[in-house]
Design a protein around this ligand. Structure first.
Ligand SMILES: O=P(O)(O)OC[C@H]1O[C@H](O)[C@H](O)[C@@H](O)[C@@H]1O
Length: 286
């Protein structure tokens, strides 16, 4: 039996040549075109079947990260269809795509709480803001983890560096969560990299040849950096051969200390991606 068809993606033009494309399935940002180029990686082999997370773009991770919980891996939000809210097409400066997800039988089966989540995608002339909000609609407090699992497009993972985490210790998920001291160098990728950095409230910079992207977060305390490397990628059916070379995941995350919301309270976490000039100034130490 074929999987049911997914809703058609929504497309929104922002200022300048900015353009985003998102699916209500998972409130999943599929494409961010800005300043002449696609800035996100979407696997050509991504499965678009119901129940299967899309490989690439920006998966929304909620209410659990990875296997840290009893529910579906990385939470149910990325494999449920959200409700799309209409945007004002007349004002490109206020361009926004919005999605809403409220608890329903499928969510309560995994996570017995009443909530309302929202995802807002705002493309600017040289930037993109993605904001996830969660409100407690229940009569008791609940806790959750969340992340924006952004797949940034890079021309070659071998020359990609993530700057700004040099002095931070991290948990190495590629080594069963081993606690590691600061690496004193930008993160480079010559095999599997899967790290959780705690309390990274500062701008990060991702350099890829001459391109440089600044990555900021609001509300999210942690950063996850992931690339599967060649060996793991070879076993991933939804990545094309060599596909791992074309992206780096830099995830705004709240993993190590879950968010606790009392009844009626709300939380918002955002990732802001900003295109910057030349990468040359960040070569030192790289
Ligand atoms: O394959 P997925 O369920 O989408 O997970 C993809 C990756 O997500 C995060 O970055 C985790 O830290 C990785 O351990 C995981 O492999």
């Amino acid at each position: 039996m074929n999987a049911p068809a997914l809703p058609a993606p929504l497309i929104l033009n922002g200022p300048g040549d900015a353009r985003v494309e998102a699916s209500a399935f998972g409130a999943h940002l599929l494409s961010w075109h800005c300043r002449g180029q696609e800035r996100l990686y979407l696997s050509p082999n991504a499965g678009f079947g119901a129940g299967k997370a899309i490989r690439g773009g920006v998966p929304v991770i909620f209410p659990q990260f990875g296997e840290r919980g009893d529910g579906p891996r990385h939470g149910f939000a990325r494999t449920l269809t959200w409700e799309a809210e209409s945007a004002d097409p007349a004002d490109p400066q206020a361009a926004r795509l919005s999605f809403r997800l409220a608890d329903r039988e499928e969510t309560r089966r995994h996570w017995p709480h009443r909530f309302e989540a929202g995802l807002d995608i705002e493309p600017g002339a040289d930037r993109l803001r993605i904001a996830l909000s969660v409100r407690n609609r229940d009569r008791s407090a609940f806790e959750f983890s969340a992340a924006l699992h952004t797949y940034l497009a890079v021309s070659d993972i071998a020359t990609t560096l993530v700057h700004g985490l040099e002095d931070r210790p991290y948990l190495d998920s590629a080594q069963a969560g081993a606690a590691c001291p600061p690496s004193d160098a930008p993160v480079r990728f010559d095999g599997e990299v899967d790290r959780i950095y705690a309390d990274t409230r500062r701008p990060l910079r991702i350099t890829d040849g001459e391109q440089m992207l600044r990555c900021e977060a609001e509300g999210f305390a942690d950063t996850v950096v992931w690339n599967p490397g060649e060996a793991l990628a070879a076993g991933m059916a939804d990545l094309a051969p060599g596909g791992h070379r074309r992206f780096v995941c830099v995830e705004a995350a709240q993993v190590l200390r879950p968010v606790r919301l009392e009844p009626g309270e709300a939380w918002t976490g955002a990732q802001i991606l900003i295109l910057e000039g030349s990468a040359a100034q960040y070569r030192i130490g790289g």
